[in-house]
Design a protein around this ligand. Sequence first.
Ligand SMILES: Cc1ncc(COP(=O)(O)O)c(C=O)c1O
Length: 413
Amino acid sequence: MTSPVDALGARAAALDAEHAGSDLRHLFDLPEGVYLAGNSLGALPRAVPVRLEAVMREQWGAEAVSAWNTRGWWHVPRRVGDRIGALVGAGAGQVVAGDSTSVALFQVFRAAARLRPGRRTVVTDPGSFPTDLYVLQGVAADVGWQVVLAEPHEVPAALDAHGEDVALLALSHVDYRTGELWDLEGLTAAAREVGALAAWDLCHSVGAVPVQLDEAGVDLAVGCTYKYLNGGPGSPAFTYVARRHHDAFEPAVRGWHGHAQPFAMRREHEPAPGIDRVRIGTPPLLSMLALEAALEVFDAVPIEVVRERSLSLTSFLLDCLDALVPEVELVTPRAPGRRGSQVSVRHAEAFGIVRALAARGVVGDYREPGIARFGIAAPYVTHSDVLATATELRRVLDTGEHLADVEAEGPVT
Ligand SMILES: Cc1ncc(COP(=O)(O)O)c(C=O)c1O
Protein backbone atom coordinates (compact mmCIF):
# COMPACT_ATOMS: atom_id res chain seq x y z
CA MET A 1 0.00 0.00 0.00
CA THR A 2 1.32 3.48 -0.76
CA SER A 3 1.70 5.81 2.19
CA PRO A 4 -0.11 9.19 2.18
CA VAL A 5 3.27 10.90 1.69
CA ASP A 6 4.10 8.69 -1.31
CA ALA A 7 0.68 9.37 -2.83
CA LEU A 8 1.13 13.10 -2.30
CA GLY A 9 4.63 12.86 -3.74
CA ALA A 10 3.24 11.29 -6.92
CA ARG A 11 0.61 14.05 -7.13
CA ALA A 12 3.25 16.74 -6.58
CA ALA A 13 5.35 15.33 -9.42
CA ALA A 14 2.32 15.13 -11.73
CA LEU A 15 1.22 18.69 -10.88
CA ASP A 16 4.73 20.05 -11.37
CA ALA A 17 4.84 18.38 -14.78
CA GLU A 18 1.41 19.78 -15.66
CA HIS A 19 2.49 23.31 -14.68
CA ALA A 20 6.03 23.11 -16.10
CA GLY A 21 5.31 25.98 -18.52
CA SER A 22 4.82 28.44 -15.65
CA ASP A 23 7.81 27.25 -13.60
CA LEU A 24 10.08 30.31 -13.77
CA ARG A 25 12.73 29.20 -11.27
CA HIS A 26 15.38 29.57 -13.96
CA LEU A 27 14.75 33.34 -13.86
CA PHE A 28 15.64 33.59 -10.13
CA ASP A 29 18.59 33.19 -7.79
CA LEU A 30 16.78 31.34 -5.03
CA PRO A 31 17.96 30.79 -1.47
CA GLU A 32 18.66 27.19 -0.43
CA GLY A 33 15.66 25.13 0.66
CA VAL A 34 12.01 26.08 0.33
CA TYR A 35 11.33 29.81 0.17
CA LEU A 36 7.78 30.70 1.22
CA ALA A 37 8.36 34.31 2.27
CA GLY A 38 7.83 35.90 -1.15
CA ASN A 39 4.77 37.61 0.34
CA SER A 40 7.23 39.53 2.54
CA LEU A 41 10.32 39.86 0.34
CA GLY A 42 10.28 38.40 -3.16
CA ALA A 43 13.29 36.38 -4.36
CA LEU A 44 16.04 37.88 -6.52
CA PRO A 45 15.37 37.78 -10.28
CA ARG A 46 18.60 36.98 -12.15
CA ALA A 47 18.10 39.98 -14.43
CA VAL A 48 18.43 42.43 -11.51
CA PRO A 49 22.14 42.27 -10.61
CA VAL A 50 23.04 42.23 -14.31
CA ARG A 51 20.94 45.34 -14.95
CA LEU A 52 22.19 47.13 -11.85
CA GLU A 53 25.79 46.48 -12.78
CA ALA A 54 25.12 47.88 -16.25
CA VAL A 55 23.20 50.88 -14.91
CA MET A 56 25.93 51.72 -12.45
CA ARG A 57 28.81 51.39 -14.89
CA GLU A 58 27.26 52.54 -18.18
CA GLN A 59 24.80 55.12 -16.88
CA TRP A 60 25.78 56.48 -13.47
CA GLY A 61 29.51 55.85 -14.04
CA ALA A 62 29.96 56.79 -17.68
CA GLU A 63 27.27 59.43 -18.09
CA ALA A 64 26.56 60.65 -14.58
CA VAL A 65 24.16 63.59 -14.50
CA SER A 66 23.56 63.48 -18.28
CA ALA A 67 21.77 60.15 -17.80
CA TRP A 68 18.72 62.03 -16.49
CA ASN A 69 18.19 62.97 -20.14
CA THR A 70 20.14 60.45 -22.22
CA ARG A 71 18.80 57.43 -20.32
CA GLY A 72 15.36 58.86 -19.65
CA TRP A 73 15.80 58.73 -15.86
CA TRP A 74 13.28 61.52 -15.40
CA HIS A 75 10.53 59.37 -16.90
CA VAL A 76 11.32 56.12 -15.10
CA PRO A 77 8.57 56.51 -12.43
CA ARG A 78 5.99 56.72 -15.24
CA ARG A 79 7.59 53.96 -17.32
CA VAL A 80 7.68 51.58 -14.36
CA GLY A 81 4.22 52.76 -13.32
CA ASP A 82 2.75 51.78 -16.68
CA ARG A 83 4.44 48.39 -16.51
CA ILE A 84 2.84 47.77 -13.10
CA GLY A 85 -0.42 49.24 -14.39
CA ALA A 86 -0.57 46.48 -17.00
CA LEU A 87 -0.61 43.93 -14.15
CA VAL A 88 -3.46 45.63 -12.30
CA GLY A 89 -5.77 46.52 -15.17
CA ALA A 90 -4.86 50.20 -15.33
CA GLY A 91 -4.67 51.93 -18.70
CA ALA A 92 -1.45 53.86 -19.39
CA GLY A 93 -0.79 57.12 -17.55
CA GLN A 94 -2.58 56.30 -14.29
CA VAL A 95 0.14 54.62 -12.23
CA VAL A 96 3.38 56.10 -10.98
CA ALA A 97 6.15 54.40 -8.99
CA GLY A 98 7.93 56.06 -6.08
CA ASP A 99 8.19 56.53 -2.34
CA SER A 100 6.97 53.91 0.14
CA THR A 101 3.50 52.42 0.48
CA SER A 102 3.05 54.40 3.69
CA VAL A 103 3.79 57.70 1.91
CA ALA A 104 1.56 56.67 -1.02
CA LEU A 105 -1.26 55.93 1.43
CA PHE A 106 -0.86 59.38 2.96
CA GLN A 107 -0.97 61.00 -0.48
CA VAL A 108 -4.15 59.21 -1.55
CA PHE A 109 -5.98 59.56 1.77
CA ARG A 110 -5.34 63.31 1.96
CA ALA A 111 -6.30 63.76 -1.67
CA ALA A 112 -9.49 61.74 -1.08
CA ALA A 113 -10.55 64.18 1.64
CA ARG A 114 -10.18 67.04 -0.82
CA LEU A 115 -12.07 65.12 -3.53
CA ARG A 116 -15.04 64.58 -1.18
CA PRO A 117 -15.34 67.80 0.85
CA GLY A 118 -18.08 67.97 3.45
CA ARG A 119 -18.18 64.22 4.07
CA ARG A 120 -16.91 63.23 7.50
CA THR A 121 -16.66 59.45 7.55
CA VAL A 122 -14.03 56.98 6.40
CA VAL A 123 -14.72 53.24 6.51
CA THR A 124 -11.87 50.77 6.91
CA ASP A 125 -11.11 47.21 8.03
CA PRO A 126 -9.81 46.92 11.61
CA GLY A 127 -7.68 44.01 10.32
CA SER A 128 -5.83 46.25 7.85
CA PHE A 129 -2.05 46.23 7.90
CA PRO A 130 -0.94 48.53 10.76
CA THR A 131 0.64 51.19 8.55
CA ASP A 132 -2.67 51.59 6.68
CA LEU A 133 -4.48 52.12 9.98
CA TYR A 134 -1.87 54.48 11.41
CA VAL A 135 -1.72 56.68 8.30
CA LEU A 136 -5.50 56.75 8.04
CA GLN A 137 -5.92 57.66 11.71
CA GLY A 138 -3.45 60.51 11.26
CA VAL A 139 -5.17 61.85 8.17
CA ALA A 140 -8.61 61.44 9.81
CA ALA A 141 -7.45 63.50 12.79
CA ASP A 142 -6.14 66.22 10.45
CA VAL A 143 -9.20 66.46 8.21
CA GLY A 144 -11.88 65.75 10.83
CA TRP A 145 -13.07 62.32 9.64
CA GLN A 146 -14.59 59.77 11.99
CA VAL A 147 -13.06 56.34 11.36
CA VAL A 148 -15.71 53.60 11.14
CA LEU A 149 -14.22 50.12 11.51
CA ALA A 150 -15.92 47.37 9.52
CA GLU A 151 -14.54 44.06 8.31
CA PRO A 152 -14.99 43.77 4.54
CA HIS A 153 -18.09 41.55 4.91
CA GLU A 154 -19.63 44.23 7.16
CA VAL A 155 -18.79 47.09 4.78
CA PRO A 156 -22.11 47.17 2.86
CA ALA A 157 -23.98 47.62 6.17
CA ALA A 158 -21.55 50.35 7.29
CA LEU A 159 -21.99 52.17 3.97
CA ASP A 160 -25.78 51.92 4.35
CA ALA A 161 -25.60 53.27 7.88
CA HIS A 162 -23.41 56.28 7.03
CA GLY A 163 -24.58 56.81 3.44
CA GLU A 164 -23.57 60.09 1.89
CA ASP A 165 -21.41 61.03 4.83
CA VAL A 166 -18.81 58.50 3.68
CA ALA A 167 -15.91 60.13 1.87
CA LEU A 168 -13.74 57.05 1.49
CA LEU A 169 -13.72 53.29 1.75
CA ALA A 170 -10.11 52.16 2.35
CA LEU A 171 -9.39 48.42 2.18
CA SER A 172 -6.71 45.88 1.38
CA HIS A 173 -7.42 43.49 -1.47
CA VAL A 174 -5.87 40.55 0.41
CA ASP A 175 -5.71 40.28 4.20
CA TYR A 176 -2.02 40.15 5.15
CA ARG A 177 -2.65 37.72 8.00
CA THR A 178 -5.22 35.25 6.68
CA GLY A 179 -4.61 35.61 2.95
CA GLU A 180 -8.33 36.18 2.36
CA LEU A 181 -9.08 37.84 -0.99
CA TRP A 182 -11.85 40.43 -0.78
CA ASP A 183 -14.39 41.37 -3.43
CA LEU A 184 -12.76 44.45 -4.94
CA GLU A 185 -15.39 44.88 -7.67
CA GLY A 186 -18.43 44.49 -5.39
CA LEU A 187 -17.10 46.64 -2.55
CA THR A 188 -15.95 49.36 -4.94
CA ALA A 189 -19.44 49.40 -6.49
CA ALA A 190 -20.99 49.62 -3.01
CA ALA A 191 -18.79 52.63 -2.15
CA ARG A 192 -19.64 54.35 -5.41
CA GLU A 193 -23.35 53.84 -4.77
CA VAL A 194 -23.15 56.24 -1.82
CA GLY A 195 -20.83 58.58 -3.73
CA ALA A 196 -17.76 57.57 -1.74
CA LEU A 197 -14.31 56.90 -3.16
CA ALA A 198 -12.74 53.45 -3.00
CA ALA A 199 -9.01 53.16 -2.24
CA TRP A 200 -7.34 49.75 -2.30
CA ASP A 201 -4.04 48.53 -0.92
CA LEU A 202 -2.80 45.95 -3.43
CA CYS A 203 0.40 44.93 -1.58
CA HIS A 204 -0.63 41.27 -1.36
CA SER A 205 -2.35 40.94 -4.73
CA VAL A 206 -0.16 42.77 -7.26
CA GLY A 207 1.86 40.16 -9.15
CA ALA A 208 -0.15 37.29 -7.65
CA VAL A 209 -3.81 37.94 -8.47
CA PRO A 210 -5.12 39.61 -11.63
CA VAL A 211 -6.68 42.98 -10.73
CA GLN A 212 -8.91 45.11 -12.98
CA LEU A 213 -8.75 48.61 -11.50
CA ASP A 214 -10.21 50.49 -14.47
CA GLU A 215 -12.97 47.99 -15.10
CA ALA A 216 -13.99 47.88 -11.43
CA GLY A 217 -14.20 51.67 -11.24
CA VAL A 218 -11.61 51.89 -8.45
CA ASP A 219 -10.68 55.48 -7.60
CA LEU A 220 -7.31 55.14 -5.90
CA ALA A 221 -4.87 52.33 -5.20
CA VAL A 222 -1.40 51.79 -3.80
CA GLY A 223 0.88 48.80 -3.47
CA CYS A 224 4.39 47.71 -2.70
CA THR A 225 6.75 46.07 -5.15
CA TYR A 226 9.09 44.10 -2.90
CA LYS A 227 6.70 41.17 -2.41
CA TYR A 228 5.27 39.37 -5.47
CA LEU A 229 6.90 41.84 -7.89
CA ASN A 230 10.37 40.93 -6.56
CA GLY A 231 11.65 44.52 -6.72
CA GLY A 232 14.06 44.02 -3.81
CA PRO A 233 14.18 45.26 -0.21
CA GLY A 234 12.65 48.73 0.06
CA SER A 235 11.83 48.94 -3.65
CA PRO A 236 9.50 51.83 -4.50
CA ALA A 237 5.74 51.63 -4.06
CA PHE A 238 3.19 52.59 -6.71
CA THR A 239 0.11 54.78 -6.77
CA TYR A 240 -2.90 54.54 -9.07
CA VAL A 241 -5.22 57.49 -9.54
CA ALA A 242 -8.13 56.93 -11.95
CA ARG A 243 -7.88 59.34 -14.85
CA ARG A 244 -11.22 60.99 -14.02
CA HIS A 245 -9.69 62.32 -10.77
CA HIS A 246 -6.45 63.65 -12.20
CA ASP A 247 -7.41 67.29 -12.55
CA ALA A 248 -8.94 67.52 -9.08
CA PHE A 249 -6.27 65.40 -7.32
CA GLU A 250 -4.39 67.76 -5.01
CA PRO A 251 -1.11 66.22 -3.88
CA ALA A 252 -0.66 66.42 -0.13
CA VAL A 253 3.12 66.59 -0.44
CA ARG A 254 3.89 69.16 -3.10
CA GLY A 255 7.35 68.17 -4.24
CA TRP A 256 9.17 69.59 -7.20
CA HIS A 257 9.03 66.37 -9.28
CA GLY A 258 5.23 66.76 -9.25
CA HIS A 259 5.41 70.32 -10.59
CA ALA A 260 4.09 71.21 -14.04
CA GLN A 261 7.45 72.81 -14.89
CA PRO A 262 10.01 71.47 -12.46
CA PHE A 263 12.96 73.23 -14.06
CA ALA A 264 11.25 76.60 -14.25
CA MET A 265 12.13 76.80 -10.54
CA ARG A 266 9.01 78.79 -9.72
CA ARG A 267 8.18 79.87 -6.19
CA GLU A 268 4.60 78.58 -6.34
CA HIS A 269 3.59 74.97 -6.77
CA GLU A 270 1.57 74.12 -9.84
CA PRO A 271 0.61 70.43 -10.06
CA ALA A 272 1.78 68.64 -13.21
CA PRO A 273 -0.96 67.42 -15.53
CA GLY A 274 -2.01 63.81 -15.09
CA ILE A 275 -0.46 61.21 -12.81
CA ASP A 276 2.87 63.08 -12.65
CA ARG A 277 1.39 65.33 -9.96
CA VAL A 278 1.61 62.39 -7.53
CA ARG A 279 5.41 62.43 -7.77
CA ILE A 280 7.23 64.09 -4.91
CA GLY A 281 11.02 64.29 -5.08
CA THR A 282 14.04 62.61 -6.62
CA PRO A 283 13.25 58.89 -6.74
CA PRO A 284 15.66 56.10 -5.70
CA LEU A 285 16.72 55.43 -9.30
CA LEU A 286 18.82 52.33 -8.63
CA SER A 287 15.95 50.70 -6.82
CA MET A 288 13.51 51.85 -9.49
CA LEU A 289 15.67 50.38 -12.29
CA ALA A 290 16.16 47.15 -10.32
CA LEU A 291 12.38 46.93 -10.11
CA GLU A 292 12.07 47.52 -13.83
CA ALA A 293 14.38 44.57 -14.50
CA ALA A 294 12.47 42.42 -11.99
CA LEU A 295 9.19 43.11 -13.78
CA GLU A 296 10.53 41.30 -16.87
CA VAL A 297 9.63 38.07 -15.07
CA PHE A 298 6.04 38.91 -15.97
CA ASP A 299 6.91 39.04 -19.67
CA ALA A 300 7.43 35.28 -19.47
CA VAL A 301 3.88 34.37 -18.40
CA PRO A 302 0.62 36.32 -18.23
CA ILE A 303 -0.64 37.17 -14.75
CA GLU A 304 -3.67 34.90 -15.31
CA VAL A 305 -1.31 31.94 -15.68
CA VAL A 306 0.57 32.99 -12.52
CA ARG A 307 -2.79 32.97 -10.74
CA GLU A 308 -3.69 29.50 -12.06
CA ARG A 309 -0.39 28.15 -10.85
CA SER A 310 -0.79 29.91 -7.49
CA LEU A 311 -4.25 28.38 -6.97
CA SER A 312 -2.97 24.93 -7.85
CA LEU A 313 -0.13 25.38 -5.33
CA THR A 314 -2.26 26.74 -2.49
CA SER A 315 -4.97 24.08 -3.10
CA PHE A 316 -2.32 21.38 -2.98
CA LEU A 317 -0.87 22.88 0.21
CA LEU A 318 -4.32 22.68 1.82
CA ASP A 319 -4.57 19.01 0.77
CA CYS A 320 -1.11 18.28 2.17
CA LEU A 321 -1.91 20.02 5.47
CA ASP A 322 -5.25 18.16 5.73
CA ALA A 323 -3.55 14.83 5.12
CA LEU A 324 -0.39 15.27 7.17
CA VAL A 325 -1.04 17.87 9.90
CA PRO A 326 -4.82 17.91 10.40
CA GLU A 327 -4.42 19.36 13.91
CA VAL A 328 -3.29 22.81 12.71
CA GLU A 329 -6.03 25.42 12.34
CA LEU A 330 -6.31 26.82 8.85
CA VAL A 331 -7.23 30.53 8.76
CA THR A 332 -7.10 30.92 4.97
CA PRO A 333 -10.41 30.37 3.14
CA ARG A 334 -10.75 27.04 1.37
CA ALA A 335 -12.74 28.47 -1.55
CA PRO A 336 -10.14 29.26 -4.26
CA GLY A 337 -11.92 32.48 -5.26
CA ARG A 338 -11.54 33.81 -1.72
CA ARG A 339 -7.83 33.09 -1.45
CA GLY A 340 -4.90 35.33 -2.29
CA SER A 341 -1.52 33.63 -2.68
CA GLN A 342 -0.66 32.55 0.84
CA VAL A 343 -1.79 29.93 3.32
CA SER A 344 -1.84 30.78 7.01
CA VAL A 345 -2.34 28.61 10.04
CA ARG A 346 -3.04 29.54 13.62
CA HIS A 347 -1.22 27.74 16.42
CA ALA A 348 -0.35 28.62 20.00
CA GLU A 349 3.30 27.92 19.12
CA ALA A 350 3.23 29.46 15.66
CA PHE A 351 6.43 31.44 16.27
CA GLY A 352 8.26 28.29 17.38
CA ILE A 353 6.90 26.47 14.32
CA VAL A 354 8.21 29.15 11.97
CA ARG A 355 11.64 29.11 13.59
CA ALA A 356 11.83 25.28 13.65
CA LEU A 357 10.78 25.09 9.99
CA ALA A 358 13.43 27.66 9.08
CA ALA A 359 16.03 25.48 10.80
CA ARG A 360 14.85 22.69 8.50
CA GLY A 361 15.17 24.90 5.42
CA VAL A 362 11.53 25.94 4.99
CA VAL A 363 11.24 29.71 5.27
CA GLY A 364 7.84 31.19 6.09
CA ASP A 365 7.11 33.96 8.57
CA TYR A 366 5.19 34.82 11.72
CA ARG A 367 2.58 37.48 12.35
CA GLU A 368 0.86 38.35 15.59
CA PRO A 369 -1.33 36.94 16.96
CA GLY A 370 -0.24 33.32 16.56
CA ILE A 371 -0.18 33.11 12.75
CA ALA A 372 2.36 31.20 10.64
CA ARG A 373 2.25 32.39 7.02
CA PHE A 374 3.35 30.44 3.95
CA GLY A 375 3.60 32.80 0.99
CA ILE A 376 3.25 31.14 -2.39
CA ALA A 377 5.09 33.18 -5.01
CA ALA A 378 3.93 31.02 -7.90
CA PRO A 379 6.73 31.80 -10.39
CA TYR A 380 9.33 30.08 -8.23
CA VAL A 381 7.45 27.77 -5.83
CA THR A 382 6.71 24.17 -6.83
CA HIS A 383 4.22 21.54 -5.71
CA SER A 384 7.17 19.54 -4.39
CA ASP A 385 8.15 22.54 -2.21
CA VAL A 386 4.61 22.63 -0.88
CA LEU A 387 4.67 18.93 0.03
CA ALA A 388 8.09 19.36 1.67
CA THR A 389 6.60 22.15 3.80
CA ALA A 390 3.83 19.91 5.11
CA THR A 391 6.17 16.94 5.72
CA GLU A 392 8.67 19.14 7.58
CA LEU A 393 5.84 20.64 9.61
CA ARG A 394 4.75 17.09 10.56
CA ARG A 395 8.31 16.34 11.69
CA VAL A 396 8.54 19.57 13.70
CA LEU A 397 5.31 18.81 15.54
CA ASP A 398 6.30 15.15 16.12
CA THR A 399 9.72 16.01 17.49
CA GLY A 400 8.53 19.01 19.50
CA GLU A 401 11.21 21.22 17.93
CA HIS A 402 8.71 24.09 17.95
CA LEU A 403 8.58 23.97 21.76
CA ALA A 404 12.28 24.66 22.20
CA ASP A 405 13.14 28.05 23.67
CA VAL A 406 13.85 29.94 20.48
CA GLU A 407 15.44 33.32 20.44
CA ALA A 408 14.16 35.76 17.86
CA GLU A 409 16.89 36.29 15.27
CA GLY A 410 16.26 40.03 15.30
CA PRO A 411 13.36 42.47 15.16
CA VAL A 412 11.81 40.94 12.01
CA THR A 413 9.60 37.87 12.50
C1 LIG B 1 -0.97 45.55 3.21
C2 LIG B 1 0.33 46.25 3.44
N1 LIG B 1 0.40 47.59 3.34
C3 LIG B 1 1.57 48.26 3.53
C4 LIG B 1 2.73 47.57 3.85
C5 LIG B 1 4.05 48.23 4.09
O1 LIG B 1 4.16 49.57 3.83
P1 LIG B 1 5.63 50.18 3.53
O2 LIG B 1 6.02 49.68 2.18
O3 LIG B 1 5.45 51.64 3.64
O4 LIG B 1 6.55 49.63 4.57
C6 LIG B 1 2.69 46.18 3.96
C7 LIG B 1 3.94 45.44 4.30
O5 LIG B 1 4.00 44.28 4.49
C8 LIG B 1 1.47 45.51 3.76
O6 LIG B 1 1.41 44.18 3.88
